[in-house]
Design a protein around this ligand. Sequence first.
Ligand code: NAD
Length: 373
Amino acid sequence: MLSFEKLYSMGHEEVVFFSEPSCGLKAIVAIHDTTLGPALGGTRMWNYASEEEAVEDVLRLSKGMTYKAAISGLNLGGGKAVIIGDPKKDKSEALFRAYGRFIESLNGRYISAEDVNITVNDIDHVYTETNYVCGVAKSHGGSGNPAPYTALGVFRGMQASAMKTWGSKSIKDKIVAIQGVGSVGLELGKLIAEDGGKILFTDISEDNIKRFKAEIPNAEFVEPDAIYGANADIYAPCALGATINDDTIDQLKCKIVNGAANNQLKEDRHGDILKEKGILYAPDYLINAGGLMNVSIEFEGWNDSKSRRMIDTIYDTTLDIFNLSEEKNISVNKATDLLAERRLESMKKIQTTFLGRGSDHRFPGSKVRHSML
Ligand code: NAD
């Protein structure tokens, strides 16, 4: 249940319910923290079993975005939105335009984008009503499909993990087990193959298996349940969350876990177990932030090389996190949260300086916001 106690405990600033009965719009926007800038995060459409479930989801996801933006060095805060409804039946131009008008009314405190079940077409309707949205079509000056950029970040994380484990960032001759060869898994596979890595892969979609084989003929298919125990150096989860859990953790033979999926650890303690087992875990919400970095550039005028340069920084940040985890003898997931919290705390502190009358440069992220207006 939504309560002030809950908001205080999770650190949220604002939660807004938008309703427009004429088109059946039921949307909830959660703004978690705007210390670093406007809250950016996608909109998810889902047929939630209850409003309570939708609230839980939007609170959890928006908090995750604060940490993701902070660790990625972005001048953005954390936010997320959910639209309650059946994506197959309830979508309409009116629904997304009504939603866009509500986002406009938040005056830039929240910026939306695509998430689960929201397409570029849907976002284009939102964009008709507000500029506070990104991930719009390339024909509208947007950045298009984020998957190649997400995959690039995951690959930079993999290079940092290889450097930490084997003293070289090369993936040549290493065996990588990819779980899920959808949009990101496919692009990641291409980068691994280009670097001379060997690939084992699994998926449950015949079409995606065929597409992957056509693109990387040397890659070897393994059954979905066999991916955890595969003889691989690196396990790259690119399908589902929570695949590092009590059932799978003892099957792993790899030295590194490094993939695109969100929330790979079922529980925090699984990060500790990986550490005890000597398996290096690349921080999921940092290394899969390439897509977020890519859309954040839309507000300055999107440009491929600018985006790639920003994503390249994931390599150094991943190494910093590994070093902090070692120095403090804590799991990588805890070290990642700690580094993100340190940045948030230090940026909060510098905002106490009065900038003089007439200045509206109130927080570092205002640069992002101003360039949109
Ligand atoms: P996708 O839907 O295109 O691909 C997921 C693939 O996983 C599909 O081919 C699907 O068939 C397969 N899959 C599903 N269940 C499986 C199972 N049990 N075993 C094996 N394969 C299974 O999704 P995506 O955009 O490639 O994203 C992959 C992951 O990365 C997701 O967890 C997503 O949340 C995360 N992520 C994606 C992006 C992005 O830019 N797309 C950004 C950040 C994080």
